[in-house]
Ligand binder design. Structure first.
Ligand code: URA
Length: 281
């Protein structure tokens, strides 16, 4: 293990790289190290193998549109009052990033538009194999227009770095809703539904190999379920018309409050890395 990786894991609050349960079963230290290396090889911190086109676009860059069905920007009706639900726009109706961004920036589809400073579209590589979806912008995100910029965002970046990923290079980060819920309350089901066409359009454009839902609320809203996180975390789910594989893990804000769960989060991260890289679990 490299010193840099050790430092990263230490910042995540994880003392050792080796899975504790595997270590206990494995016996000698050498065997433990070998096991750990087999699970997540050192190449995990190197740039992803070119299983997709080169990452032409980091944050903010405009990438030539993949062959998503192009249609005129949808004429979305505005919402009558807070919480009203409007029928979903057809997937792919935005056609490309520019009309999609414009539609999000001008959105009045739910009551959250009344209290936002600005929309938080999402950020990252637009050909990313990994898409991270949180629940919704907080105060920092509402002020900056970028997702996950506070303390939780810093921890998220550390978590991603531990599996060789970053929002600049090979991750796209978005939220279930693009506007801040007042007083950081959970986004309501109807607000998530009003915003769903935007997220689905982002997924259609990016075509990630894997979506990771951060925390209970994001997972419940994405999967339209009220199951607890303990049930949602672990199994592989599928999302949306493209049935994109989806895993659920802890929200970094929860990990900041409950650092003891970081070890379990690390198990999830290894599973995420394995799935993206086609390594059998
Ligand atoms: N929490 C989220 O779920 N999303 C953000 O963008 C920031 C914090």
């Amino acid at each position: 293990m490299t010193a840099a990786r050790k430092r990263r894991l230490a910042r995540l609050g994880i003392d050792v790289w080796v899975q504790r349960d595997v270590a206990a079963a494995a016996g000698t230290a050498a065997e433990r190290d070998a096991t750990a290396t087999a699970v997540v090889p050192e190449t995990a911190v190197a740039p992803n193998p070119p299983t997709r086109p080169p990452a032409a676009a980091a944050s903010g860059a405009v990438v030539p549109a993949p062959p998503v069905a192009v249609a005129p920007a949808p004429d979305l009706p505005t919402v009558a009052g807070p919480g009203a639900v409007i029928a979903a726009a057809p997937i792919g109706a935005f056609g490309d990033w520019a009309p999609l961004e414009a539609a999000v920036a001008a959105c009045t589809r739910c009551g959250l538009c009344a209290t936002r400073t600005q929309t938080v579209f999402g950020t990252g590589a637009r050909d990313a194999p990994l898409m991270i979806v949180g629940e919704g912008p907080g105060a920092d995100e509402d002020a900056s227009g970028l997702p996950f910029v506070g303390r939780a965002g810093k921890l998220l970046d550390e978590m991603l770095a531990s599996i060789g990923h970053s929002r600049e290079r090979n991750v796209f980060i978005a939220n279930v809703v693009k506007c801040r819920p007042p007083a950081n309350r959970d986004p309501a089901t109807d607000e998530a539904e009003a915003c769903r066409p935007y997220l689905e359009a982002q997924i259609a454009l990016i075509q990630p190999k894997l979506i990771v839902a951060l925390g209970r609320i994001a997972a419940q809203r994405l999967l339209a379920t009220d199951q607890p996180l303990a049930r949602l975390r672990g199994p592989l789910h599928h999302y949306g018309p493209g049935q994109t594989p989806l895993l659920v893990t802890y929200h970094p804000a929860y990990l900041l409050r409950s650092p003891r769960e970081k070890a379990k989060s690390w198990q999830d991260l290894k599973g995420i890395w394995q799935r993206i890289n086609g390594v059998p679990g």
